[in-house]
Design a protein around this ligand. Structure first.
Ligand code: URA
Ligand code: SF4
Length: 212
């Protein structure tokens, strides 16, 4: 990857973030302290998408910095990922008052920002955290049925995970999400290998590896 390309992605993400911080497209702007556009590596291979900022995120303007964020950091380590090498954002960029669930019109209003971020970063692997980001790729699925299972959807390998905040206080779920993140290490390695094989294969040959 050229440095120029990285810089360009960085600039484009910064430009999206500036629009998010000034955004008034849904009513959540009225109660936010600050918007939380997302953060991380502009050329991340793995992108994590949560639900919405909570209290601490709204205060700091950064995603996953509260208790759920501490747990996410532990989960990243299990998957062999450093926080700086991935990209982390949310479906909705401003905190819903009292941490209530985001409303359908808020999700719809905010969705274009997430789509732009995906288009700039173009991660190999997308990890959805909780049901709102899962719904972007699996609108009719249940997390209890498909958690931890990688599926290739278009250009992404998508892995739906339980939300770390939900898992944090439920020992049974915590164990499940920990096991799923243990498997994520292998999923990322396979996605890399598949991309490398596709890049090496002569264009007239069918792709040899189909892992997802
Ligand atoms: N929960 C989320 O879904 N996102 C955050 O950024 C923090 C907590
Ligand atoms: Fe804009 Fe999204 Fe914040 Fe609503 S939640 S004000 S759409 S950035």
């Amino acid at each position: 990857m050229s440095e120029e390309r990285t810089e360009n992605a960085e600039e484009r993400l910064a430009e999206i973030a500036a629009r998010v911080r000034a955004c008034t497209r849904c009513d959540l702007w009225r109660t936010r302290t600050q918007a939380v556009p997302g953060e991380g590596n502009p050329r991340a291979e793995v992108m994590f998408i949560g639900e919405a900022p909570g209290y601490h995120e709204d205060r700091q303007g950064r995603p996953f910095v509260g208790a759920a964020g501490q747990f996410l950091n532990e989960l990243l380590a299990r998957a062999g990922l450093r926080r700086e090498e991935v990209y982390i954002t949310n479906v909705v960029k401003c905190r819903p008052p009292g941490n209530r669930d985001p409303l359908p019109d808020e999700i719809a209003a905010c969705a274009p920002y997430l789509e732009e971020q995906l288009a700039v970063i173009r991660p190999r692997v997308v990890v959805t955290l909780g049901r709102y980001s899962m719904a972007r790729w699996f609108p009719n699925e249940k997390i209890s049925r498909i958690h931890g299972q990688a599926r290739r959807i278009g250009e992404y390998v998508v892995v739906p995970m339980y939300h770390p905040a939900a898992a944090l206080h439920q020992p049974a779920l915590k164990e499940l999400v920990e096991k799923d993140f243990d498997k994520l290490r292998e999923i990322v390695a396979q996605a890399r290998a598949e991309a490398a094989a596709a890049a090496d294969a002569p264009p007239e040959q069918p792709q040899q590896m189909r892992l997802f």
